[in-house]
Design a binder for this molecule. Structure first.
Ligand code: ATP
Length: 229
């Protein structure tokens, strides 16, 4: 079977070392040929738009992964009009990769705990595997452990890497990455307070945010499609 491809969805508003470390550790653990970062266009569950525009978040990601040939940024969700649904993106990748290539969607425990609320969530597991990184700052996960995973999905959970490599989709694995309690929310708060974000994100990202005045004030428009939540 072909090498698995990693797909990493998020708002990346902005990207930080928690994201990059997750991608690097998951790539090695799951022997992913590449990890494709997929910044969301309009994350419909958040109710408001992102802080930085899609093109800015794509640029920050490009700066963050420069020089890492195993990482790529794909801006299809930013270009797609309307709300961003992961199921649409996974369907596109499945069509492009063919039926046999294992697709592994990467996410943190906080995101995955809400997977039952995602658009057409039951279809997701026919399209990709899910590799779920335990997030250091996810109090709910640390209180409940794997019980935080929706019960309907428990039969899909596996401890065996072979299960991920030998099927194109359908399994869930958790992964204890190096705990890094970094969030985009914290970075935005630091920028607004006039504090440094160095050593929380790559220097070129910190420099770009400073030089372009990103995150200094909240200029977000209301969500373009609030009725769809
Ligand atoms: P925000 O603070 O704006 O909610 P965030 O830091 O959670 O942002 P996202 O872009 O929403 O960043 O995250 C994309 C994915 O990366 C999610 O699946 C999230 O769980 C995961 N993730 C983000 N930060 C970390 C971290 N420090 N450790 C592990 N996983 C993380």
């Amino acid at each position: 079977m072909a090498s698995p491809l990693g797909l990493f969805g998020g708002t990346f508003d902005p990207v930080h070392f928690g994201h990059l470390r997750l991608a690097a550790e998951m790539r090695e653990a799951f022997r992913l040929e590449r990890v494709v970062f997929l910044p969301a266009g309009h994350p419909w569950q958040r109710g408001r738009d992102t802080w930085a525009a899609g093109a800015e978040r794509v640029r920050l990601l490009e700066l963050a992964i420069a020089g890492e040939p195993a990482f790529a940024v794909d801006d299809r969700e930013v270009r797609r009009p309307g709300p961003t649904y992961t199921v649409d993106t996974l369907s596109e990748f499945r069509r492009e990769a063919g039926p046999d290539v294992p697709l592994v969607f990467l996410c943190g425990t906080d995101a995955f705990a809400r997977v039952e609320t995602w658009h057409r969530w039951e279809s997701l597991f026919g399209l990709a595997h899910f590799a779920v990184a335990v997030r250091a700052d996810d109090a709910d996960w640390h209180a409940r452990g794997p019980g935080a995973i929706p019960r309907a999905l428990w039969p899909r959970v596996t401890m065996s890497l072979k299960d991920l490599a030998s099927a194109p989709a359908g399994r869930i694995m958790t992964f204890a990455m190096t705990p890094l309690a970094i969030s985009s929310t914290a970075l935005r708060g630091l920028v607004q307070a006039g504090s440094t974000i160095r050593y929380l994100t790559p220097d070129p990202v910190a420099d770009y945010i400073r030089d372009h005045g990103l995150y200094a004030t909240d200029t977000r428009p209301l969500s373009p499609d609030p009725a769809s939540r």
